[in-house]
Ligand binder design. Structure first.
Ligand code: NAD
Ligand code: TYD
Length: 335
C-alpha cells in the first residue's frame, strides 16, 4: 500500500530540502502544497516534479477546500506543515500576512487533521520562546514569550496545535528548531545574504553591534529530526531541535568573508532591528534521548559546503535575486 504525506511549504528552503530527504531516504510518496510566495521556488524541487512519488499542487494552506481535496483524493496519512511567512524583518514591516498564513493556515490544516484523523507535525521555531540573556538554554518547558510579529504568529499557531490535541484528540506534535542554514535558502536571511553580497563585493549589513547570538543547525540535520518526530514523536509533545552551535553574527560574517577570500572592509554596521532578540540557544536533550536523534554536521563543515553550493549555483542565485526580492531589498536597506 502506498504511504503518502502532505508536505506544505515544500518549495521553500527547509521544505524543499525535506522533499529530497523523504524521496531519497524513505519509501513514502508525497504531495507538496505551496502558494509560491516570493520565498517559494519550484526550481528548488525541479528534479522531483517528474518523480511518480511526488505531486506538486500550487495553493494556500488557508484554503479548506484544496486541503480537503488533497487529503481525500491522495489518501494522505499525515501532514507536515512547513508553510509559513518566515522573515522577521518582513513581519516588522507588515504583520498581516503572518497572521493569515501562519495562524489561519495552521488552523485550516488542523481542521482537516481532526476531520480525517491524520498524523500532524507543526514545524515551529525556537523564536516562540523569546530571547535569552548570556546564560541558559531553551527547553520545552521555557515559557512562550514571542517578541516579533513573526514569532507571535508561530506561537499562536503552536497554541492552536495544542488546543486541537487536548480538545479533539488530534495526533499532533510540534518541533521547535533553531536557525537553519544550507542550500536553497532565500537570500534575505543572514547566511545566504552575506554569501551573495560578499561574492559580489557588496556591503555586508550587520545589525547593531553584531553580537546577537544564533544557534545554527544544518537544514539536513533539522530534517532528519522532523522525520523522527513524524514517525516516532508522541501526541501532544514538543521537541526542541538544535545542534549546540552558538555563534554571534559578526563571527559568522567573518567566517564567510574568510572562506571567500574577501576583505572585512565589506562589513557595514547598520541600524539595529527593532526588538532584536539577543540570543537563542537550544537544549535538545529530549529529542536526543527519547527519539535517539543527533545532528551529524558541524558548523564549520556545513558552512563551507553551503558557501560552495551558492558559488556553484549562480543561476539559481541570479534568478532569485532578479525577482521581487530586489524591491524588498531596496525598501528595507534604503538607509
Ligand atoms: P521559507 O520562507 O523559505 O519557505 C516558506 C514556504 O512556504 C515558501 O515556499 C512559501 O511559498 C510557502 N508558503 C508561505 N505561505 C504559504 C501559504 N499560506 N500556503 C502555502 N504555502 C505557503 O521558509 P523556511 O525557512 O523553509 O521555513 C519553513 C518552516 O520552518 C517555517 O514554518 C518556519 O517558521 C520554520 N523554521 C524556520 C527556521 C529557519 O531558520 N529558516 C528555523 C526554525 C523553524
Ligand atoms: P535572520 O537570518 O533574519 O534570522 P532570525 O532573525 O530569524 O534569527 O537573522 C539572523 C541574525 O542575523 C539576526 O540576529 C539578525 C542578523 N542579521 C543581520 O545582522 N543583518 C542582516 O542583514 C540580516 C538579514 C540579519
Amino acid at each position: 500500500m502506498i504511504k503518502r504525506i502532505l508536505i506544505t511549504g515544500g518549495a521553500g528552503f527547509i521544505g524543499s530540502n525535506f522533499v529530497r530527504f523523504v524521496l531519497n531516504k524513505t519509501d513514502y510518496s508525497i504531495v507538496i502544497l505551496d502558494a509560491l510566495t516570493y520565498a517559494g521556488n519550484t526550481e528548488n524541487i525541479a528534479e522531483y516534479l517528474t518523480d511518480e512519488r511526488c505531486t506538486f499542487i500550487k495553493g494556500r494552506i488557508e484554503d479548506n477546500e484544496i486541503i480537503r481535496r488533497i487529503c481525500t483524493e491522495y489518501d494522505i496519512e499525515g501532514i507536515i506543515n512547513f508553510a509559513a511567512e518566515t522573515h522577521v524583518d518582513r513581519s516588522i514591516m507588515d504583520p498581516t500576512p503572518f497572521v493569515l498564513s501562519n495562524v489561519m493556515g495552521t488552523v485550516s490544516l488542523l481542521n482537516m487533521a481532526r476531520e480525517l484523523n491524520l498524523r500532524y507535525v507543526q514545524i515551529s521555531t525556537d523564536e516562540v520562546y523569546g530571547s535569552l540573556g548570556n546564560d541558559g538554554l531553551f527547553t520545552e518547558y521555557t515559557p512562550i514569550q514571542p517578541t516579533s510579529p513573526y514569532s507571535a504568529s508561530k506561537a499562536s499557531a503552536d497554541h492552536f496545535v495544542m488546543s486541537f490535541v487536548h480538545t479533539y484528540g488530534v495526533n499532533a506534535s510540534i518541533t521547535r528548531c533553531s536557525n537553519n542554514y544550507g542550500a536553497m535558502q532565500f537570500p534575505e536571511k543572514l547566511i545566504p545574504l552575506m554569501i551573495l553580497n560578499a561574492m559580489e563585493d557588496k556591503a555586508l549589513p550587520v545589525y547593531g553591534d553584531g553580537l546577537n547570538v544564533r544557534d545554527w543547525i544544518h537544514v539536513d540535520d533539522h530534517n532528519s529530526a522532523v522525520w523522527s518526530v513524524y514517525k516516532s514523536g508522541k501526541k501532544g509533545e514538543v521537541y526542541n531541535i538544535g545542534a549546540s552551535s552558538e555563534q554571534n553574527n559578526i563571527t559568522v560574517v567573518k567566517m564567510i568573508l574568510k572562506a571567500l577570500n574577501k576583505s572585512e572592509s565589506l562589513i557595514q554596521y547598520v541600524k539595529d532591528r527593532p526588538g532584536h532578540d539577543r540570543r537563542y540557544a537550544i537544549d535538545a536533550t529530549k529529542i536526543r534521548t527519547e527519539l535517539n536523534w543527533k545532528p551529524e554536521i558541524t558548523f564549520d563543515e556545513g558552512l563551507s559546503s553551503t558557501i560552495e553550493w551558492y558559488c556553484n549555483n549562480m543561476e539559481w542565485c541570479n534568478n532569485v535575486r532578479s525577482g521581487e526580492y530586489r524591491n524588498y531589498y531596496e525598501k528595507h536597506y534604503k538607509q
